[in-house]
Design a protein around this ligand. Structure first.
Ligand code: HEM
Length: 537
């Protein structure tokens, strides 16, 4: 063996030895469960995954024993691994430098989400999102506090009302301009939708377009670019909304010169920035004659709040304004589109629940008028349907945190046994929302769709689709208003069912359910294919 190969072999061996030592050290560190045997106390390693790779190794979606917990294990297995281990916390040791705990224990999840300084977000996990500009989702410490203070007033009651009104307008346009007047549509014909996302994705895009960015869009609008632009706002937002992951994966030069899809994304992203710069400049010039109406979209309110900051140093920079408005799009559009889609599928599968929702809407609005934002608080069953959907299909399947200090977790299991595990500084923590939401300690019959469980008293600590504590979702009210409005407006006018297709004629209810709820995860959970029929009531 030549000296070069020998040097290479020594480096490889010492690398492997270092990995094995780290693995051994971490495994030793997680002694938790204690048993007293013949006057001696024996500690056992806290159960969990012992694998080569961490769950972040996206090549493997499911758990492969010894190799990886699996990128999507949290959704595919729900509470099963926790039940097997007999604990609602699992440890994970792999060849990375970090110990990880997966959490499905409600009290512990609350402890973690409420202690922002002890358990911040892992900076490396979120770094990629900073390419959009400084923003509230990735910021930590003082920078986060500053941004949240400026951003929070935009998510106001007045913005929620705008969300409602815009959702109502967009659903009305869908019904009148597309479903009742579109090609092949009779006035009262049933409407076949090939995939529910074909409805919910544009719907939520239009809502974030108007209530978020202050740009009204419609289903039939053709993409004519105004002077000075190469794309209409609608087309640009559509492209950016669907393919924003390009921005997270590739540097600017690659987007500029890459595949046609990458170039289209780059053009759309540049266009949106251009539109927003124009909106900022238009404000600085003052309102035009036809712009005297007060506007409560997120972008406008964010600019208002920023202008109102007295000290120049307290104002957000232009790039932080852009970063935040893009993060609203990234964090708020797919999550809402996908969860609304699941709600419609679940209602189509469970006709009894759909009827209950319909009767409840009728009891709130007996004269059949169009529901308004003032009805929102009374539409409790629609909200219960949305919450039950988020429990069963949380769009975000893991809430990552890191321990900022050496500490410990104490928790008990279903049989009342208590344990304490050490949590060294830099330990990774993932709150597994599906496991928490399907945990039978908190939810009776957890796999069933039962919206009524969200009426009255329900275990709030075991429901974290929006995370919780100070870093909880700032857009929760936005999403809930939009979903309740859309569900109420659609179910009050249409009976929704799963489309009968000849190739699935012989399937049982369970097979049909599994087919239309088949889920994939790309950033958020989404249904792969769910054809529905909307039949006029
Ligand atoms: C069903 C819909 C939604 C779900 C399930 C959801 C879920 C979440 C979750 C789990 C987090 C915490 C993420 C983390 O810890 O990294 C979060 C944060 C956030 N969400 Fe949402 N979200 C939804 C809708 C929205 C909407 C509509 C907007 C804005 C228009 C939005 C804006 C944000 C922002 C800005 C944050 C960061 C807050 C902070 O760190 O202070 N979300 N969301």
């Amino acid at each position: 063996m030549g000296p070069f190969l020998l040097a290479l072999a020594i480096i490889a061996l010492s690398f492997a030895a270092q990995k094995i030592l780290t693995f051994w050290r971490l495994t030793k560190a997680i002694k938790g469960v204690k048993f007293a045997i013949f006057f001696r106390t024996i500690s056992f390693n806290h159960p969990g995954f012992r694998t080569l790779f961490s769950d972040r190794f996206a090549l493997f979606h499911s758990h492969i024993p010894g190799i990886t917990p699996g990128f999507n294990f949290s959704f595919t297995s729900k509470h099963a691994y926790f039940a097997q281990a007999g604990w609602d916390v699992l440890s994970s040791v792999n060849l990375s430098r970090h110990l990880t705990y997966y959490v499905a224990d409600a009290a512990l999840a609350r402890e973690i989400t409420s202690a922002r300084a002890r358990f911040p977000k892992p900076a490396d996990f979120y770094a990629v999102l900073a390419v959009l500009g400084p923003n509230i989702l990735v910021a930590e410490g003082d920078a986060w506090r500053h941004q949240r203070r400026v951003v929070a007033p935009a998510f106001s009651e007045r913005n929620n009302k705008l969300v409602w009104d815009e959702t109502a307008r967009i659903v009305r346009d869908l019904v009148e301009d597309v479903w009742r007047r579109g090609p092949g549509a009779g006035k009262d014909a049933a409407v076949d939708v090939d995939h529910v996302l074909d409805v919910t994705v544009p719907l939520t895009l239009f809502v974030i377009g108007s209530a978020g960015f202050g740009h009204r869009m419609s289903w039939q609008e053709r993409g004519v670019a105004p002077r000075g632009h190469s794309m209409s706002f609608k087309d640009a937002l559509d492209v950016v909304g669907h393919t924003i992951f390009y921005k997270l994966l590739f540097p600017d030069w690659a987007l500029r010169w890459g595949s046609p899809g990458m170039r289209r994304f780059h053009r759309a992203y540049t266009e949106i920035q251009k539109y927003m710069v124009e909106m900022v400049e238009a404000r600085r010039r003052g309102p035009g004659e036809d712009e005297l109406e007060e506007r409560h979209d997120l972008f406008n309110s964010l600019l208002d709040a920023n202008d109102a900051e007295e000290e120049e140093a307290a104002k957000l920079s232009d790039s932080a304004l852009m970063g935040n408005i893009f993060i609203f799009l990234l964090a708020g559009y797919e999550t809402t589109a996908h969860s609304l889609a699941y709600a419609l599928i679940l209602l189509a599968l469970h006709q009894d629940e759909q009827e209950r929702l319909y009767q409840h809407i009728k009891s709130v609005i007996p004269d059949g008028r169009t529901p308004t934002y003032e009805d929102f608080n009374s539409l409790t069953y629609a909200m219960a349907v949305f919450h039950e959907t988020l429990r069963l299909f949380p769009p975000v399947i893991g809430i990552p945190k890191v321990s900022a200090e050496d500490t410990s977790f104490t928790f008990s299991n279903a049989s009342g046994q208590k344990t304490t595990v050490p949590v060294p500084k830099d330990t990774r923590i993932v709150i597994c929302t599906p496991a928490l939401h399907y945990n039978p300690r908190y939810w009776d019959d957890p796999t069933s769709f039962k919206p009524a469980r969200f009426l009255g008293n329900w275990p709030r600590e075991a429901f974290l689709p929006f995370s919780g504590g100070p870093r909880g979702c700032i857009g929760r009210g936005f999403a809930e208003t939009e979903a309740v409005a859309a569900l109420t407006l659609l179910v009050s006018q249409y009976k929704i069912s799963v489309k009968d297709e000849p190739q699935f004629a012989g399937e049982t209810f369970e097979q049909r359910k599994a087919r239309v709820l088949k889920t994939n995860v790309r950033f958020t959970t989404y249904p792969e294919r769910a054809p529905l029929v909307f039949e006029r009531r």
